[in-house]
Design a protein around this ligand. Sequence first.
Ligand SMILES: [Cu+2]
Length: 354
Amino acid sequence: VAVRWRCRHPRLKPAGAAALILSLCLARVARAETPSISNPASPNAAALADLYNVILFIAIGVFLLVQGLIIYAALNFRRRASDPEPVQVHGNTRIELVWTLVPLVIVIVITLLSYRTLRATATPASADALVINVIGHQWWWEFQHTDPDFATANELVVPVGRLVRLNLASADVIHSFWVPQLAGKMDLVPGVQQGEPRHLGYGQNALWFVAQAEGRYEGQCAEFCGAQHSGMRLTIVAKRPPEYEAWLAVQQAPAEAPAAGSAAARGLELMKAKGCQGCHAIDGVPEMVGRVGPDLTHVASRERLAGGTFENTTANLTSWVDNPQQLKPGALMPELPVSAAEIADIVAYLESLR
Ligand SMILES: [Cu+2]
């Protein structure tokens, strides 16, 4: 953009250019992207985005006014060698009233708008909400579906248009659930007993949303929770109701038994022998009941694994089972003594868990 203007102060030009670049950057950030708070897809997230925009524009106005006055004053009233001592001013009631009352009015307006937003985002009581217990772990997300009962990890699949209620709790330290396009931020507080959140119902940290369009909504743990805090991402996948029903039918079924004598069958036996069963559960395999790590019943149906740190591909699974620390240093899954041939069998079994 070529802006030409006649200006007494040549230094104003670079300042103007910098302001222009800054505005372009802001516009780019606010554009439709995921994750983004400026691209809401649920009514409560839209209420938050509205409040955010109002505060952002007030802040931009105040910023431009204050910076403009500073630049104006610095350029026009700076001291020159010939200047006499300026008039000394002690107090100016009118100006002081203005700079006290204007901020007061701004803060009152923001307070009232915030109350309105709090009411718009309060969890609605609805008997037919889809209830999901979300449990934060260092450094992955457990989703316990309650009707019917089954568990998944890191990718939460929901139907478009249905009220979803999330009960939030943590198995270790404080985490924070944040999928900005669908809801605000909420802490997951330690308090999980025998794998279930302790205070279901009243007093339970909870969030809600209604996904208004199908798509993948990215999120991130928003409370520093240890070495792999940045590797604790999640995705909410909103599907149209028929596709959701099809997904549900697959997920609630137990894992299929591998064909006798196949690589997958050897892989399953290896998993029971190598210690995987102490930390992972597979519905349909009585020995696999661990709850330290993600439920693997349908692990092959997930696009990304381990808190969204890697794509669910044969190469990545092989590297992960060989030594998880290569893909996610610090992850709470140990390196287990498995040979390359054994890993290939285990990966064949994992990939059969569709
Ligand atoms: Cu976390």
